[in-house]
Design a protein. Sequence first.
Length: 282
Amino acid sequence: MLVKQKQTRSAILCASCENIENEAAFCCTFGLPSTSLSKTVKLSTNAVSEMALSTTTSQPVQNNVQSSPGTGWPRRTVPVKSSTCPSLNRHINLYPLSNYKFGTKEPLFEKDPSVPARFQRMRDEFEKIGMRRSVEGVLIVHKHGLPHVLLLQLGTTFFKLPGGELNPAEDEVEGLKRLLTETLGRQDGVQPEWTVEDTIGNWWRPNFEPPTYPYIPPHITKPKEHKRLFLVQLPDKALFAVPKNYKLVAAPLFELFDNAQGYGSIISSLPQALGRFNFIYM
């Protein structure tokens, strides 16, 4: 799904390095002077390597961990016994953004040249094969102690999650892995490791129009598209190849939250959808 957004504080990843645009806004958010952020972000190659080595050897930090009795705040915290049901205690490992390398490959173009053409093709296919099925992957890393979602930026103002349309009768998980490989897979023949963890959202398109909803409206008997979002567990280290006509940006959750005007209803709902997971910073 493509959405319109002015350039923000998202971290933009290049083939050989990473940087953060609009540094002044980022510093303002964290209460840091611009010069201190520059020293923090613009690390030398050796410093990045040392950081990565230090990260891999350090102990993981778990988000939302219950404090032990008599420590921390509030005082005299009553110990809470965690449920043994796996679905109620989902732990997801997040690795530093610096653990991942990003190269480039040949451009990957959309099937349709315009939005009207996309809906016309959807209308034509609906008459032949019925409702369109599409999947998107949510890939998360951490930076500055915050979860960041990897988004594809097309042009200067449009963002989307990696994914796309499924073939008729194609399995959702296998189809998502295929689409992720087509979008971010390397060209040297090495197959990336995609671990699909869980479903984090279902969205429905009731008509041949842009609006989508996380439910089927009661007056709709034949939705035109079903889009399912999956959480993908990234390996501790990886090399991704980004199509030349895209940029890969790491958007912090606080920037996505309640920002439908900038990222659209689906991407801006990710902070709420991800709130049920316990993130462990590795």
